[in-house]
Design a binder for this molecule. Structure first.
Ligand code: G6P
Length: 362
């Protein structure tokens, strides 16, 4: 019950929940470790992953964005092909399924009606389903074959923050443990790397003044804002844009850097803020090329890069974490920038207009 959860000294639940993310990372590491401090997942879930020839991730909103990152983890680490679908589209327009599909429902609340409608359909077809949720005993958890919990603690603010990073962390653990069960070499220790992420998150949560400044400089009066990135950064940009539109009502969109030239660049005007993420070495040069293209057309670029890739033109540099885990840290400045943009614009941060925390109608 929301009223039971104290905001403490925080002015808003959203800010409190952003700050809780390092702790949530540590809780997740603990919750998924066995007595030997090895990451572990229930044997029946591993068997389902192992037997499946294709994973179908189904989700809505922020959880869908976590699913896009999860696809990269499952494919790159565990070697299983993955499709990611928006629940409301999947239910009326079901793709041709593989022979042995496994469904993964990602839902903070476990109550989203659009996702549940898909679960009901796939259960009718006799397929197996795993729900990744923050709420034990929720509808999607009860009706699926298996559940993995997020351990994020209650999330009250309508705009999801700690559930997103928790979903990504749990998906990384599921992928790594599946990889190990399949005898695939990871080449890194996930417990160590998630620990590094938690420390990096703490450092970012201590830099709120810089985020407030960025929000003031780029977003105080703007009508719109674009987020660009490539690969994992593109998915985080989608989430950054969603956060910004949800709570500040600024028209915000995330775009793949390479797609700009195929239409979106026409929207760039004098002063349009373009927030560019660069955390992936293999796309660093190309995203910086995109920044030059938009800047040449008058955009006001704000580059957020990662230690090791930084240049003088960057507005903010993230602490370095393992390349595959960068969404866990790059999203934090975007959450904070949205928060401060909403404050500057006098918006109701925790209860934005027209939105509900969990949408239980299709
Ligand atoms: C609503 C919320 C979003 C959330 C989405 C999916 O639209 O406002 O923040 O991402 O539902 O919710 P779920 O509980 O299924 O993750």
């Amino acid at each position: 019950d929301a009223s039971d959860i104290e905001k403490g000294t925080y002015p808003h639940y959203m800010l409190k929940e952003i700050d809780e993310q390092p702790l949530v990372m540590r809780k997740i590491i603990q919750a998924y470790q066995n007595d030997q401090n090895e990451l572990t997942i229930d044997a029946d879930i591993l068997a389902a992953m192992d037997q499946s020839d294709r994973v179908y991730i189904v989700a809505c909103g922020t959880s869908y964005h976590a699913g896009l990152v999860g696809k990269q983890f499952i494919e790159k680490l565990a070697g299983v092909p993955v499709e990611v679908h928006v629940a409301s589209e999947f239910v009326y327009n079901m793709p041709l399924l593989s022979e042995k599909p496994l469904f993964i429902f990602i839902s903070q609340s476990g109550e989203t009606a659009d996702s549940r409608a898909v679960l009901v359909e796939v259960k009718k077809l006799g397929h197996k389903a795993l729900t990744i949720t923050n709420v034990p005993g929720s509808t999607l958890s009860r009706e699926a074959d298996y559940t993995l919990l997020l351990h994020a603690g209650p999330e009250i603010a309508v705009a999801s923050t700690k559930a997103y990073t928790a979903q990504i962390a749990v998906l990384s653990i599921l992928s790594a443990v599946t990889a190990k069960a399949k005898g695939r070499e990871l080449g890194f220790d996930l417990v160590t790397e998630l620990g590094i992420v938690a420390t990096a998150m703490e450092a970012l949560c201590d830099q709120k003044e810089e985020m407030e400044e960025i929000a003031r400089e780029f977003l105080a009066t703007t009508r719109n804002c674009f987020f660009i990135g490539r690969s994992l950064d593109y998915y985080v940009g989608l989430e950054g844009a969603l956060k910004l539109k949800e709570i500040s009502y600024i028209q915000a969109e995330g775009f793949a850097g390479g797609e700009l030239k195929h239409g979106t660049i026409a929207l760039i005007e004098e002063g349009t803020p373009v927030i560019a993420l660069s955390t992936q070495e293999n796309v660093d040069l190309s995203i910086r090329g995109n920044v030059k293209e938009v800047a040449a057309r008058g955009a006001n670029p704000c580059i957020i890069s990662m230690k090791g890739l930084e240049t003088e033109e960057d507005r903010f540099v993230l602490p370095a974490v393992h390349e595959i885990l960068t969404p866990l840290v790059s999203v934090i400045p975007l959450q904070l920038i949205s928060y401060y943009a909403a404050l500057h614009r006098d918006c109701d941060v925790d209860k934005p207009r027209n939105l509900a925390k969990s949408v239980t109608v299709e």
